[in-house]
Write a protein that binds this ligand. Sequence first.
Ligand code: AGP
Length: 367
Amino acid sequence: TRADKGEHKHFMAKEIAEQPIVVAEAIRSYLPTGGDRVALPDADLDFSKLDRLTMVACGTAFYACLTAKYWFEQLAKMPVEVDIASEFRYREPPITDRTLALFVSQSGETADTLAALRYCEGKADKIVSVVNVPESSIARESDIALPIHAGVEIGVASTKAFTCQLSVLLMLALKAAADRGTMTDEDIADHAAALRGLPTVLNAALDQNRAIRKAAQRLSEARDVLFLGRGLMYPLAMEGALKLKEISYIHAEGYASGELKHGPIALIDKHMPVVVMAPRDTVFDKTVSNMQEVMARKGKVILVSDDDGIDEAGDGVWSTIRMPHVHTSLAPILYSVPAQLLAYHTAVAKGTDVDQPRNLAKSVTVE
Ligand code: AGP
């Protein structure tokens, strides 16, 4: 039934566990079997005719947009702007008729996001939304509404909607790249194969539940926690921090690893856990050197990486969380699982109300 936790103690736990299935569903519906090309059969959308993409959202959906900026820029060579809806709507940003305006919202009812969408009406070439609720206001008022297929999400902390949003946004970036001729067929095929393998690696990430719970036990003693990431892992660092503060009430901040020395490093001492999200990618060595700056100041590092990364840089860290190998472009989707589980188990250890955190509503329909 709709509101059934099954074997799980909380909806959030159930929704985290469902991700391999719902992400598979999202991928199946945009990436037809037997082909490498993303298909949007009912949508008249050609990215080669567009100059710019403007993405607007709130909260977790905003971090999905920030991640997608890296994909659209790198894969489709498209200039992208990302904004928080409550800022965007009053700033009077110029929108041209060669701009695609894209709104991301789980509920499709967030007041600020809806107002931002209305601001773009009659200005942008097209209004596209990436939503979980197909009959929502944001979906209805868009020229094209793309469903994420996450199913009903009940936990106030968004989890499966985030990974489904990311999956759909990555596929949209691949479509943009194909329209604009910016990727080789081989590269597109590699991405398609990696997307199809995503449910399997998500399951492997979920299998790390015990190690993550152990690390969370330690986090639950902290007053502040820092999350670090670079490149595609930077928005995820902010999402991990948001999850933790929402449900465990521990103060957390997500920072770009390279920005550490411009301020937050002053906070580091033996009481400060620092979660480092670092798959073995092109910026790995840089992230590791930032991580070592933390360790030199006695900060307690929880390193989330793959086998290669942990072998190379895991010495002397406080905890490690081992992720399976994955195509670099897909790492933020996979690494969402440890970010979510860290927050979840920390909240459980603290005894807070995981599904209904204080002061928060599932959908913010007032300004
Ligand atoms: C996420 O865990 C939050 N509770 C919140 O930030 C949420 O993502 C935001 O309010 C946006 O909601 P929407 O996706 O329904 O528009």
